[in-house]
Ligand binder design. Sequence first.
Ligand SMILES: [Zn+2]
Length: 182
Amino acid sequence: MLQGLPMPGRTRPTARDVYRAQIGEKVDWLFPEHKWEKGKDRPGTLVCPRCHAISVQKRWFLDEDRYQRLRTMPGVHLVICPGCRRIQRQVYEGDVRLCSRLLLANKAQALAIIRREEDKARITNPFSRLASVVDYGDRIDVLTTTCWLAERIGKEFHKAFKGNLQLQRLPDEKFVRVRWTR
Ligand SMILES: [Zn+2]
């Protein structure tokens, strides 16, 4: 771990914190923070234009056909969902590093595993998302919005390619570091 580099996780200032430092309290009337942005969902029917998640009766789920129908319906609110907000605010719970020369020859399969695990995780938890996937050739770095998704990716690589898997949960934070090497 390099010293002095900011750790991905909850310690990072939000865009609002940065604005507040620059322009002071003005940020609060320029960009009012709504109640539902602090984790409380708004009642009624909401759709997220970024990931197409839907919220009905304060429960978020995925249903593409229903999204397409609701999208233009009057009375339906367009809202950035908590999953997309986590990505926007750079709140990550999983940091995955996959290292192996095998990745060079199996890149398509490796990326497909990562995408497939996101698709599977989103069915049960729409906020389980890939925040970034960076390909360095024989290494792939992935940031996820939930611990669960990060661990799933590590386990699937271990299942597909064997090798060595380390899952390291941070003691006082909801954060996991996943390292797979072969
Ligand atoms: Zn969304």
